[in-house]
Design a protein around this ligand. Structure first.
Ligand code: MG
Length: 482
């Protein structure tokens, strides 16, 4: 069973003020509150959409066909985009797994919660720590609002009981709690060879239900199918009440595995097979929503935690026209494919170049449910409902690109300034740039043409923005090496 919540959401709600009247006034106030609360709560219940987040692992900007991949076929994602909104400038908050996931769920840059930095960069199978209990997750907010909440898939925010999904607002959990390439066994060949012909026995990763291990090593060949079945069952079971489903695929992170039905189907080879199974999964989830009559009551967001792991060659994905990949703060490391779907609320068939980030889901959910944002901590989250509905521009103007705990680059509007660059995950030393590099991302999304010398005023503005961003808070120490 799950551990009880270290700090239930209800405990965070502001306490009602004490009345100075002892008897009559509280009684009248209570009657008045009931009279007002009944119609309000009914109205609110009709405006409480289900929230579904489908989070891929290491999927690149160029890996869906609606993002231009020539040989990976993703008809379900393409249909989702045709019925919804496709983003072209949507970011994860970190170029690697653990900090990116912490940011998605908390609306805060990972530099604020300790899940960055250190020597290890992400949590591992022998890590002792995880997402701190005092972080507020979207799941806690929605659970506190009466939603059924489920996490299915890769968690990677701590695999020990105090850090598992049950401690962070999820009623249920089913999945592999960290990356599928961890806890390598003696059966695995040395180095990268294990990934060329991957076998289940090479990685001793557990499959968990709640906080119990039910299979080890997890049979990864059926993991995408089983995650999907779990997600669909959750949707069916909770069709009559609001729910939050966080479906975080383990794929297409290496080692790549797919079900027998998807073997040797894609012209793109093994990586294409894996993405095509993820595409099937997207279709199965949307079909379940349609079948239950929930299409117009459900916001679905599909995106990825970070860019493609290009150092794995043909087994890594593609960032399309963007430079770099996983681990780097070039665009390919953090700009992600992203599709939002909510028939009736999100107009069909639009493509937007408005800026948005995974951290924006936190404020957006608060806005949709009319729940005030917490005011006891800095947030990095904007309500992007106007972008979703087409009602207006994005309130987001900036993107901060951290590699671990180092601020490497900043974007404001179309301008991106790099202070430091580094090729990618496990690649050569960082290069400091003085003067910084400057790219106009709308003219030059591939970051090929440094225009710093021609725009010193933009460099000054971006430096000022960084100073403003850094003022008034100190990052906590890293938790990743404990
Ligand atoms: Mg990842």
């Amino acid at each position: 069973m799950f551990l009880p919540h270290a700090r239930p959401f209800a405990a965070r709600a502001p306490r009602p003020e004490r009345s100075s009247f002892r008897t009559l006034v509280p009684m009248f106030a209570a009657i008045a509150t009931i009279a007002i609360a009944v119609p309000m709560s009914r109205a609110e219940s009709e405006d409480r959409p289900n929230i579904v987040v489908i989070f891929c692992d290491d999927l690149g900007y160029g890996d869906f066909s609606c993002y231009g991949h020539p040989t990976i076929r993703t008809p379900n994602v393409d249909r989702m985009a045709a019925e919804g909104l496709r983003f072209t400038q949507f970011y994860s908050a970190a170029p690697v797994c653990t900090p990116s996931r912490a940011a998605l769920l908390t609306g805060r840059l990972p530099i604020r919660n300790g899940l960055v930095g250190g020597k290890r960069r992400v949590l591992f199978h022998d890590s002792k720590r995880g997402l701190p209990a005092d972080e507020i997750t979207i799941a806690e907010v929605l659970q506190g609002a009466g939603y059924a909440t489920a996490c299915v898939g890769k968690w990677h925010l701590g695999h020990l009981p105090p850090y598992l999904p049950g401690a962070h607002g999820f009623d249920t959990y089913f999945g592999i709690p960290y990356s599928n390439d961890m806890d390598r066994t003696a059966a695995a060949p040395e180095g990268r060879a294990a990934f060329l012909d991957p076998k289940i026995a090479y990685w001793n990763v557990p499959l968990m239900r709640q906080d119990s291990i039910i299979e080890r090593p997890a049979d990864q060949t059926t993991i995408t199918r089983r995650y999907t079945e779990e997600a669909v069952a959750f949707i069916r079971k909770n069709a009559s009440k609001p729910f939050f489903l966080y479906l975080a695929h383990s794929m297409p992170h290496v080692p790549l595995f797919r079900s027998p039905e998807f073997e040797n189907r894609s012209p793109r080879g093994l990586f294409g097979d894996v993405v095509e199974e993820v595409d099937w999964s997207v279709g199965a989830v949307l079909d379940a929503l349609r079948a239950e009559g929930l299409s117009e009551k459900t916001l679905v967001l599909l995106t990825s935690d970070n860019g493609p792991w290009t150092t794995f060659g043909v087994n890594g994905g593609s960032a399309g026209l963007l430079r770099g990949g996983k681990g780097s703060t070039w665009e390919g490391g953090m700009r992600e494919p992203a599709v939002a779907w909510w028939p009736g609320r999100i107009p069909a068939g639009r493509v937007t170049a408005e800026l948005a980030c995974t951290t924006d889901l936190f404020a957006t959910v608060h806005g949709l449910l009319k729940i005030p944002l917490p005011d006891d901590r800095p947030l990095d989250s904007h309500d992007i409902t106007p972008v979703l509905t087409g009602a207006g521009p994005s309130p987001r103007r900036d993107v901060f690109y951290y590699r671990d705990s180092t601020l490497m680059a900043v974007r404001r509007g179309p301008w991106k300034m790099h202070l430091i660059t580094q090729a990618g995950y496990g690649q050569p030393e960082p290069v400091e740039h003085a003067p910084p590099l400057l790219f106009h991302l709308e003219h030059d999304p591939g970051e090929s043409h440094n225009v710093a010398e021609r725009h010193p005023e933009v460099i000054d503005e971006l430096r000022a923005r960084i100073a403003e961003h850094r003022a008034g808070w100190t990052p906590p120490p890293s938790l990743l090496d404990d």
